[in-house]
Ligand binder design. Structure first.
Ligand code: SAJ
Length: 403
């Protein structure tokens, strides 16, 4: 093969399929043998529109093969997860393990690229690791960092059309990496160094987190000030230079709620706003759970019986089936934990079956519940009519009502 792709997950597999569709031989590597088997059958293990066709084609035509160990190639792409450990410190052990796995295969003029979201300095760290183990290759490899920025649900389009930031450990590496990506990508390829490219990825997601935190902070203030935050934001955004995002029940997903910690843990004294944004967004989820408790107590005082509750939505954002780092899931769990034998209906129209939550159809839940808690603004919910006899807690702006 010409390319070895280490990591066949949400980004690695689509990228491998894209490269293979362009008639470049790709050897994909994953530590999970089940994933390897599924891919070699031309099937996929994740949900992503159009990915199934791309993988089926690439495997059928012989351009994509998967295995559990790397083989010799000209380009090595590291696309493995970088989770974080306790105390919110990033864990680059998968990047390091992937690098160690390709180390013995590297030869002069090979290109080694990290795409995994990584703390600043990771590419240089991996370069030092490679050169300490293979000193005969010093300055004879091309080493670069190139983050992905695709939106889950639209990966196959964005992989090709988004601009990319490409940073080598030296100019030769940047050029070599640009030459590689330009075979597959239609977006513009922007040159920089490895550290800037690493920080760029972290900053893109931190910027969104900070902006959402501002909207969430406004929602807390407005709740106390008796102002409809949705109306307020719409009006403020009429200003030509103001563009406030939407408040919600917190920030989720495996990127925006995670990446800012990669900056905060390395530069805690300097990243006050980034750290505070994380706190505000986390607090918003806790606040929503508390609001449900208050609504329950008020209902009981008023009607002398326990209310039934509908929890509307579990995913980390609207119209997807992904529950990773989902604030809605966290709130649902809190409500269930604090349940005092009230009937509780959990709704998630994008998931048919869940091993922990017993799911109820959304119209049925709305009909049966006294308190309806909107956590995710799924399209289905927008056409619901809620009787005025019920209490609706609209945390995500389905109806743009005051809570
Ligand atoms: N959210 C709000 N209010 C808003 C917008 C979003 O509360 O106005 C919430 C969502 O409900 C969700 C979270 O933020 O819980 C994140 O959703 P998202 O749609 O903003 O982003 P992701 O996590 O699906 O994808 C992001 C994207 N990054 C940016 O937009 C800067 C994507 O381009 C990245 O590739 C991806 O992270 C990643 O892999 O890093």
């Amino acid at each position: 093969p010409e390319v070895v792709m280490i990591g066949l997950g949400y980004i690695g597999l689509p990228t491998a399929a894209l490269i293979a569709q362009n008639k470049t031989y790709v050897h994909g590597v994953d530590i999970n043998p089940k994933v390897v088997d599924i891919i070699n059958e031309g099937k996929i293990h994740i949900v992503e529109p159009e990915l199934d066709i791309a993988v089926a084609d690439a495997v059928k035509n012989g351009y994509l093969k998967a295995g559990t160990t790397p083989v010799e190639a000209k380009t090595y792409l590291i696309v493995v997860p970088t989770p974080f450990k306790a105390k919110n410190e990033p864990d680059i052990s998968f990047v390091e393990a992937a690098t160690r796995a390709v180390l013995p295969l590297l030869k002069e003029n090979d290109l080694y690229i990290i795409e995994s979201t990584s703390p600043i300095g990771t590419t240089e760290k991996m370069m030092n690791l490679i050169y300490s183990e293979r000193p005969e290759l010093i300055k004879k490899l091309y080493i670069a960092y190139c983050p992905e920025r695709v939106l889950p649900g639209n990966v196959m389009y964005e992989l090709v059309h988004n601009d990319r930031v490409i940073g080598g450990v030296d100019d030769g590496s940047t050029e070599k990496a640009i030459d590689f990506y330009k075979q597959y990508i239609k977006g513009d390829l922007h040159k920089t160094n490895a550290r800037t490219a690493e920080m760029c990825k972290l900053v893109e997601n931190s910027s969104r987190d900070v902006q959402i935190a501002f909207a969430n902070e406004l929602s807390l203030i407005c709740d106390k000030a008796d102002i409809n935050v949705w109306e307020l934001i719409e009006l403020a955004n009429k200003h030509p230079r103001v563009n406030i995002l939407q408040p919600g029940c917190g920030v989720g997903g495996h990127c925006i709620a995670v990446d800012p910690y990669f900056i905060v843990s390395d530069y805690p004294m300097e990243s006050k706003i980034i750290g505070a944004a994380r706190e505000v967004n986390n607090y918003k989820s806790f606040w929503c759970a508390e609001k449900v408790q208050t609504a329950k107590l008020e209902f009981e005082l008023k009607y002398g019986r326990k209310p039934s509750i509908a929890i509307m939505g579990l995913t980390f954002k609207p119209n997807i089936d992904d529950l990773r780092e989902s604030p809605a899931k966290y709130i649902a769990q809190k409500v269930l934990q604090k349940s005092n034998n009230e009937e509780c209906f959990i709704v998630e129209p994008n998931i048919t079956d869940h091993k922990v939550f017993k799911l109820t159809e959304y119209k049925e839940a709305v009909e049966k519940a006294d308190i309806i808690v909107f956590l995710v603004a799924h399209d289905e919910f927008k056409t619901l009519e809620i009787s005025s006899a019920k209490i609706a807690l609209d945390f995500c702006g389905v109806f743009k009502q005051k809570i």
